[in-house]
Write a protein that binds this ligand. Structure first.
Ligand code: ZN
Ligand code: ZN
Ligand code: ZN
Length: 393
């Protein structure tokens, strides 16, 4: 049974917006899709959805090369604007006796190099990151890092010029949210090697295993100066991905990536991927949407107050759904409208009318709606004699 379920969008008055803000459309234009391969001709970014118009995959599913550059200012601002933790004014004990040597492998993993107890500790840290997740260990690692920058630090969570036409009020709320996040939650892990002299025990916050001398750990000062993690355990509490550039956001005893920190207090629009700062938004398919963005995925018609069909978690207006997916009636061969009554059996469909769903035998034509029927090679019959007559014809 795959009759589409038809829903009614909630009618809500749309807010008129007039400020014009540019989006980073042309970023990554033509980048090949890592999911679709040659089936996608290359990234063609939708104006506000931040997905590819051609294949509907996300921006970061495309092999976009300039992610570092795009995130450069965001990361530096973020780390500059954080407020020091008052409770651990005497910071984690990172003794910077020898300034770590910054080689290409370090640069390939950090926009801003984190504090580190020695260059040997840094080397151990880099070694501990799996090959396919380290920026300096080949193409897979670089791709992973680009994707994680995009995913964990969505540019539109940090810089309102990447957002779609915010009202003054939305912009104000977003700024307040950003200020609080940057000042109170954001931090970058420190890398430290446990030495023989270090007498206190180091226990990983994630796996609860002890760290021994010679091992390196990541410390996050906002969590407390004695809190540390194995490098492989320094992951977002929600998505469990390694925190890119060791950038974390601390809230209620847990560390998160930027994306999931945002979602602890705000809902995210399923269409544009921005956090929602409007008073009103709409819920459909178990997800949240800006009212202005609850639109047909195919033609962008607003669906608030309209009937729509959800297919593979994407909303379609009735016209587009019919055009793209409507099934033909097995009897009359005419398309069945998404909101038309239908009968489904096996993978076949009929208009739910006496005419279309009746015994196929010409001299019978009895309606089979609500009746027991015989199904043979795409035809329905009321009885074995009718079936025999038709098939011997
Ligand atoms: Zn996350
Ligand atoms: Zn939206
Ligand atoms: Zn449509």
């Amino acid at each position: 049974m795959d009759a589409p379920e038809i829903y009614q969008g909630h009618e809500i008055v749309r807010q008129e917006q007039n400020s014009k803000k540019k989006l980073a459309h042309e970023k990554g234009e033509g980048a090949p899709c890592l999911k679709c391969g040659p089936a996608c001709e290359g990234l063609d970014l939708h104006f506000w959805r931040k997905i590819c118009r051609l294949c509907h995959c996300k921006y970061e599913d495309h092999d976009v090369k300039d992610e570092d550059e795009m995130h450069h200012d965001i990361v530096l601002n973020l780390l500059k604007n954080r407020r020091p933790c008052t409770e651990n004014a005497n910071k984690p004990q990172v003794d910077l006796k020898s300034e770590p040597v910054i080689g290409e492998d370090v640069k390939a993993n950090f926009i801003q190099v984190p504090e580190c107890s020695s260059s040997a500790a840094m080397a151990k840290y880099l070694d501990s990151v799996p090959e396919d997740k380290a920026g300096h260990k080949g193409e897979a690692g670089q791709q992973y890092r680009s994707q994680q920058l995009s995913n964990q630090l969505p540019v539109h969570d940090f810089d309102d010029s990447y957002c779609d036409k915010l009202s003054d009020q939305e912009r104000e709320l977003m700024r307040a949210f950003n200020d609080k996040r940057d000042a109170e939650a954001a931090g970058q892990g420190n890398i430290k090697e446990k030495t023989e002299k270090e007498l206190s025990s180091w226990v990983c916050e994630k796996c609860n295993e002890n760290l021994y001398s010679g091992e390196v750990a990541v410390f996050a000062e906002r969590a407390g100066k004695d809190k540390c993690w194995h490098p492989k355990c320094f992951v977002c509490d929600t998505c469990t991905e390694l925190l890119v550039d060791l950038i974390y956001f601390f809230k209620d005893g847990k560390i998160h990536c930027g994306r999931h920190y945002g979602e602890l207090t705000r809902v995210r629009c399923a269409a544009c991927d921005e956090l929602i700062f409007t008073k009103e938004y709409t819920q459909a398919d178990g997800r949240d949407w800006h009212i202005k963005h609850f639109c047909c995925i195919n033609c962008d018609t607003a669906l608030a107050g309209k009937k729509y069909v959800s297919k593979e978690e994407k909303p379609y207006c009735m016209d587009c759904y019919d055009q793209l997916f409507a099934k033909c009636c097995q009897f009359c061969k005419i398309k069945i409208a998404a909101d038309g009554k239908r009968v489904n059996y096996k993978d076949k469909h009929w208009h739910a009318t006496d005419e279309c769903f009746g015994c196929v035998n010409e001299s019978c034509k009895k309606t089979m709606l609500g009746q027991q029927f015989i199904y043979k090679d795409g035809n329905v019959f009321c009885s074995p004699p009718c079936a025999r007559k038709h098939l011997n014809k």
